[in-house]
Design a protein around this ligand. Sequence first.
Ligand SMILES: *Cc1c(COP(=O)(O)O)cnc(C)c1O
Length: 363
Amino acid sequence: MADTLDFGFHPNPDPMPADERAERLKDPGFGTLFTDHMAMVRYTEGKGWHDAEISARRALSLDPAAAVLHYAQEIFEGMKAYKQADGAIALFRPEENARRFQRSAERMAMPELPEQIFLDSITRLTEVERDWIPPQEGGALYLRPFMFASEAFLGVRPAKEYLYLVIACSVGSYFKADAPAVTIWASQNYSRAAPGGTGAAKCGGNYAASLPAQAEAIEAGCDQVVFLDAAEKRWVEELGGMNLFFVFDNGEVVTPPLTGTILPGITRASLIQLLRDEGLTVREEPYAFEDWRKDSESGRLLETMACGTAAVVTAVGTVKSADGDFTIGTGGPGQITRKMRDRLVNIQRGEAPDPHGWVKHIG
Ligand SMILES: *Cc1c(COP(=O)(O)O)cnc(C)c1O
């Protein structure tokens, strides 16, 4: 079966006028300003991947028995296309997203999308939508590849038909640009992932299950929720959509290990490398919630960073829980957090050398 496909291009006959787009790009927000086109590829058991196209972004027509609506076979990715200092467009480690998409598919008993089809879908759509990248600082095209079971049937087995799509939206900064640090809520009532579960897969279901915990966080006046491990409620795992790093006063940095309950972030992997490039010692090992509190109070812990594609690197300033609150460092972004954020952003924007070959230029 095909490992590559030719994408047909059917231009949107009614795109947003350029002056209206320019106006909307001044304040794009996050996740609401969609571009004119989408990529779509079909999968049918026996036939494989077929009918690849870039065409007008439009509503889908789905049978009400489509398997995704009942048994939730759905996975996604999130990545950004950046405008470089010289005007070229670049993606950041897109082959890592392609591989993670394959691992997510495997976990949800879905067919693997060949890496080259994934990369071509992203590249083609970005080329078509290059004028949708906001010109201002922090602006990017956020790409959302996703796949779901479209076969119409009621019964518990892997579906035989799937749709893979990529949509795109223009985005500014995820958190308000002047937000100094986030406050997070440690959930005692909810778990995100259990051993043997789907915590390492980027599937919509993980997010659905995290929403009541996120609502609890908002209720407690926090921005985000931090999840502890399901078995002991003792070890810090990650936020709803971001991985964590703990920076100590002796030059050591700890991040929770990938034991199957944590999403293997590409920003996480990149930060581990960049921290080591700085001469810091990074250990992937469990960190207890009680130590987080103790080490913050004693001053041994200097900083906590949260990271992911959407918000890049953000400081965690305060942690709240049913047992009381604690503040990390000064409560604002520390030195390493700021340095790492700048490091990563500068590589992504082509403003600093890219020693690890992470940036892929397109067009
Ligand atoms: C996507 C995601 C992350 C961050 O991954 P990146 O590849 O760095 O964007 C972290 N945690 C969860 C639960 C996620 O879904």
